[in-house]
Design a protein around this ligand. Structure first.
Ligand code: HEC
Length: 152
């Protein structure tokens, strides 16, 4: 078998290993965070909350790290580095524009987490709706932002 074929097969296997992943709920209690109910918010209600950072870190490491990288501190993982998500917002000086940018980013984060990323029938990321409590989803985003240097 030539090298090219081996590389091709290896990358197909790697892709299908990722595609077969299912969403498994982290075993982290969200009881110490203000409860949010069933209806998903479109904005992060916990931004900058230290308790959300701590719980978000645990939930992230259990549920997201295997694809997005341990402790949200590497850009060498197979899935995108989530610290990059709000980097454009962070650079905006105008407070109102920055808040609007973060709102858009929050809505994208929630939508992506709930629906997953299914592209032309291939599951790049499984949907988390019904698996991950929204309290933990926003806590995870709060942690990732803390790692990225925002919200401090
Ligand atoms: C099975 C692997 C896997 C797991 C587990 C996973 N993701 Fe993902 N995620 C991906 C991949 C792959 C992408 C990129 C999809 C694409 O655009 O091709 C992605 C994309 C995203 C995006 C959009 C990033 C962007 O730059 O647009 C967000 C937000 C996200 N994931 C959040 C999460 C969160 C939060 C968790 C944990 C609750 C999680 N993911 C768990 C694989 C995973």
């Amino acid at each position: 078998m030539n090298k090219l074929l081996i590389t091709l097969i290896a990358s197909l296997l790697a892709a299908s290993a990722l595609a077969n992943e299912v969403a498994v709920a982290p075993s982290v209690s969200a009881d110490s965070l203000p409860p949010l109910g069933e209806t998903w918010r479109s904005e992060n209600p916990y931004r900058g909350n230290p308790e959300a950072v701590a719980l978000g870190q645990q939930a992230y490491n259990q549920a997201c790290a295997r694809c997005h990288g341990a402790d949200a501190s590497t850009n060498a993982a197979p899935a995108p580095d989530l610290r990059q998500l709000n980097r454009f917002c962070r650079r905006i000086g105008d407070a109102e524009l920055k808040a609007a940018c973060l709102r858009d980013n929050d809505a994208y984060f929630a939508k992506t987490v709930r629906n997953g990323k299914i592209i032309v029938g291939v599951t790049h990321m499984p949907p988390w709706q019904g698996v991950l409590k929204q309290e933990l989803a926003w806590a995870i985003q709060t942690f990732v932002e803390f790692r990225a240097g925002a919200g401090r």
